[in-house]
Each structure stands twice: as C-alpha cells, then as structure tokens.
Design a protein around this ligand. Structure first.
Ligand code: ZN
Length: 340
C-alpha cells in the first residue's frame, strides 16, 4: 500500500527527476520491463490496466521466479503475459514482499506454484485479509474515484468527455476485477532469511525487522547487487497505517548492511542515490519521538496528526506542511496502548 497523502504526491515529482540510469526497457501490452541485469526485469504497469505495485522477474536456467503479483488476478495475468514476451520458461515460484492487497491479490493468477512469504504475511493472508482496514479503505477509495469521474463526465463537454470516459473505463475494469479476488497465502514461510540457489542464480530473501508491516522481506541478488524492497523502502515516505514506525529506522539500518548498487521499490522507479534511506530513517525517528512526546502530554491522535511539526524534512522529503498522516499516528497510538 502506497501512502496517498500530499507528502507522497509532492514526492512523486522528485522521484521523476531521479530515475535510475537509463536501461533497456521492453514494452509489452501492459508493462514496461526494465532490464536491470541479464535475465532480471523490473516490471511496472504501463497504464493500460491498474497494476498499482511493481514486480520483479528473475529468469533462471530452467524457470522463472517472480516477486509480487499486483493488485488483482487480472493484473497478475497481464504480468504473466508480459513475462511470456521475454522468456518461454515457466514461472515456478512467487515471492510475496508483504501481505498488502496491492502486492498479493494477484496471486491466484499464478495457479498452483510455490509461494514464499514471511510467516507474518502467511498469518495475515490466512487471517481475514478481505477485512484488513487498509484493503477496505482502498475499496472505498476506488468507489469514490468512480463516483467522482461519473459526476465529472456529466458536467464535461467536448474533448474532455473522451478523456474522462477513458479514465472511467480504466477504473470500472479495475473495480470489476476486484470480484475475482480470493487471497492465497504463502505455501512456504520463512522468518529471518532464506536463499534459493537453483538454476544458476542466488536469490536471498531477508527479513530485516518490522517496518511497513510486521513481515516485509527484501529480495536480494548478491551477484547483481540488486535489492527489491517492496514497500519497506520507497523513494520517499511509505504508507504507515500498518507499520511499526518506531522500529523502522533500525530495520533500514539492518538493510543497509547489504552490498547493493540498485534499489527497486514496490512503487515508483528504481534508484541509486542511497541518501534517500538516511532521509526516511530520520523522518521515522523524528515522527516516533514527536508522537511519544505529544501523546505523553495528553494530545489525541487527531490533534497530534494535525500539529506535529516535521517540516525539518521539507528539503529532503517534501514535508512542507504541519502535521502527519492520521492513519499513521492512530496506528502509533494503538501500538503504544497495545490496542493493535
Ligand atoms: Zn504495502
């Protein structure tokens, strides 16, 4: 799940300025496949259907490993179609970076294959994933987007109508694709570390500690020095509504011990300017300290979310307004109180 607050929106402009150095990109019907190493492709949706999250495709001697499956089975099938453009080897293994709907709801498209995830991810996906608050909130958001486009279409005239109609069809297809969702948990779980050696490629799966969820894993290719981070590390601040913000900076400190030259996040472009990691660590530390202080002084979560001052991160992270994400602060209060 990507943060949807204004901080992240302003960050996306920064991210566009810092796309990883030019690589070959293979365009399919639904994806851009960036060749990040020989036989390794960073898959991002090209806008023809709603994929929401990024995926990684790792081709081995005899088969293919995929990291993350997108937001719906339809998007997962489109990813499989894109993989078929670059290799005819079968996809035998899927790794879940974390349990969030926008990375894991495409799993049914992959059929009966090995699915690897952290034991926390398995617990979440064998629990009640259709009622997870982050997923439920997203459904409401999609419905609002549809309603907004429908009312804009009513009011629009001329060329604008065509553009709105195209967007409406895109979102209607996504909302109808939700009907197919049937969460599938990992068939293999791990706790701290797991390494796949098959087929001429070493693929390490690392749990560095709690961060964006209780079970984020990083997928590391030591020979290629590439790390796919899911949502525990984006180009800027991640969604914190299911996070462990007070642990997050240390988790990223653990992540930094690996020798990588390219970070591929769960949303947004890859990057090589690693001071971004220091910047978000500083933000999570400052937010933690401020929330504890304001909660101790008796402020409610809503008051803290409105008043906390993190504008010291304006230069590095685009935090130009007073306040922080309310879901994040509520989550932090709940963790301190032991209510979530
Ligand atoms: Zn997420």
């Amino acid at each position: 799940m990507r943060a949807s607050n204004s901080i992240i929106i302003s960050l996306s402009a920064l991210l566009l300025l810092n796309i990883s150095s030019a690589q070959e990109i293979i365009t399919t019907d639904s994806h851009n496949l960036e060749v990040v190493a020989d036989g390794v492709y960073f898959a991002t949706g090209n806008g023809t259907l709603y994929t929401m999250s990024n995926a990684l495709i790792i081709v081995r001697d005899e088969d293919v490993v995929v990291v993350d499956s997108h937001i719906t089975p339809a998007a997962g099938r489109a990813l499989l179609d894109s993989i078929a453009v670059v290799t005819d080897k079968p996809v035998t293994t899927l790794i879940n970076s974390h349990f969030h709907y926008d990375h894991a709801n495409g799993v049914p498209a992959f059929g009966d294959i090995q699915i690897i995830g952290h034991e926390y991810t398995r617990a979440k996906l064998t629990g009640d994933p259709m009622n997870e608050q982050t997923f439920v909130a997203s459904l409401a958001r999609f419905d609002r987007t549809l309603a907004d486009l429908e009312s804009r279409l009513d009011a629009a005239a001329g060329d604008e109508r065509g553009e709105i109609q195209t967007q409406l069809e895109f979102w209607r297809a996504h909302v109808s694709a939700q009907g197919e969702i049937d969460p599938v948990p990992p068939t293999v779980s791990m706790s701290d570390r797991m390494t796949l050696y098959r087929g001429g490629r070493e693929i390490q799966i690392h749990f560095f500690g709690r961060a964006h969820t209780g079970g984020d894993v990083g997928i590391y290719l030591p020979a290629e020095k590439i790390l796919f981070t899911g949502d525990m590390l984006l180009g800027g601040i991640s969604y914190m509504g299911d996070g462990f913000v007070s642990d997050w900076a240390q988790t990223l400190e653990n992540l930094k011990q690996l020798d990588f030259e390219l970070i591929l996040p769960g949303h947004g472009p890859g990057f090589r300017d690693f001071e971004r990691i220091d910047n978000v660590q500083a933000y999570y530390r400052d937010l933690t300290e401020a929330v504890i202080d304001m909660k101790t002084r008796g402020l409610t979560a809503a008051e803290t979310a409105a008043r906390v001052d993190l504008r010291a991160h304006a230069e590095t992270l685009g935090v130009r307004n007073l306040g922080a994400n309310l879901e994040a602060v509520r989550r932090m209060y709940g963790l301190i109180d032991g209510t979530n």
